[in-house]
Design a protein around this ligand. Structure first.
Ligand code: 2P0
Length: 358
């Protein structure tokens, strides 16, 4: 009987070359193209506590103090994937008891700040420890990918590359650390939150709709694949000018295929667009027009501006008059998930419910 209470912390990642479009929709989340991202530090994080117990009559999942339905036919796709993962990892371990999962984000969920990535990575990390599975990074990455594609990158710290892979079973589609945090530790992601609410079209629906209907999408796949190599070169050489340009072009390219989806998907709002113009103005005002910052947007309107410590103040000045910015988070690269001490548990062990219920 395994009744350890384990808490893990994981952080989101921001893709510099994006994952958009899958080749499998049955729960493997294998992508059409490779992608590369920066794992964020613990400024934004998800904490997840798990406990297996014979006192539970079914698996229970609480996210931000609210119980999620993971049983029956009418559950969301994400809940279904979480349930399948619980079943798969429990089977691998031989443990029979049900599990209670309590997960909390310290930032807005579902608003394009990759809460599903940090959430899935924290869950896999905690389960691996509680079930004593001793999975390596590759196995953890594949397991996280099955809950949410981009989560396979949050299993590692620093700059992380997700290789597209080609096997039907997804066994060669996993992430790896490309550069550790120390290589270019001055890199920073400034996250301008312009709308903390949940996005209007979920990523899962968007991935499928774009691949099915966008005529531009077929050009995106080779463009993104080339982009990954360019990002690797730019980071290797600490070339902020190239890095910024490639990041911005990739984000714009992905959002163009979203707009070209039928019916169209538009994640950017007026504040997002104003930020785009401000960053271009800032870059154009530099000597030789060398870029010192690059914007990128996930499936939401919030801007991620990649720059270095040296240029942080200039970026803040450029954003000063943008209407609609509610908050700016700043994050360096993070080192990836970790297990937290026992006293950080989110679970009330007497009631087997969250300490903080909504
Ligand atoms: C990314 N995004 O690479 C891209 C950029 C959003 C835009 O990965 O269906 O939540 O769970 O595999 O990972 C968001 O998609 O999609 C995403 P699922 P996910 O970060």
């Amino acid at each position: 009987m395994n009744s350890k209470v384990i808490t893990a912390l994981a952080t989101p990642n921001i893709a510099m070359i994006k994952y958009w479009g899958k080749r499998d929709y049955t729960g493997l989340n294998t992508p059409n193209n490779s992608s590369i991202s920066m794992t964020l530090d613990e400024t934004l994080n998800t904490k997840t506590t798990v406990m297996f117990s014979d006192k539970l009559d079914s698996d229970k999942l609480y996210i931000n103090g609210v119980e999620e339905n993971i049983h029956g036919d009418n559950v969301s796709e994400k809940s279904k994937y979480i349930k399948n993962t619980l079943i798969e990892m429990r089977k691998l371990s031989g443990v029979k008891e049900n599990v209670v999962v309590v997960s909390e984000n310290n930032f807005p969920s579902g608003a394009g700040i990759a809460s599903s990535a940090s959430g899935a990575a924290a869950l896999i990390y905690a389960l691996n420890e509680a079930l004593e599975l001793k999975m390596d990074g590759k196995q953890l990455s594949i397991m996280a990918r099955k809950i949410s594609g981009s989560a396979c990158r949050s299993v590692f710290g620093g700059i992380v590359k997700w290789n597209v892979g080609s096997h039907d079973d997804g066994s060669d589609s996993f992430a790896e650390m490309a550069f550790d945090v120390q290589h270019w530790k001055e890199l920073i992601d400034m996250i301008a939150v312009v709308d903390p609410d949940t996005k209007k079209v979920s990523s899962s629906i968007g991935h499928e709709a774009t691949v099915r209907t966008s005529v531009l999408y077929k050009n995106r796949v080779p463009f993104a694949e080339e982009g990954v190599t360019k990002i690797e070169d730019a980071i290797k050489n600490k070339d902020l000018d190239s890095l910024s340009k490639v990041i911005m072009r990739d984000s714009n390219n992905m959002h163009a295929t979203m707009l070209d989806t039928w019916p169209p998907i538009m994640y950017l709002n007026d504040s997002s667009k104003e930020i785009v113009y401000k960053i271009h103005q800032l870059n154009d005002s530099q000597q030789d027009k060398k870029c010192i910052a690059g914007y990128t947007f996930d499936a939401g309107p919030n801007a991620h501006i990649i720059t270095t410590d040296e240029h942080k103040e200039e970026v803040l000045t450029a954003l000063k008059d943008v209407q609609g910015i509610k908050k700016i988070f700043e994050s360096h690269q993070g080192v990836g998930p970790r297990i937290l001490p026992e006293n950080e548990s989110l679970l009330d062990e007497n009631t087997l419910t969250p300490k903080k219920m909504k």
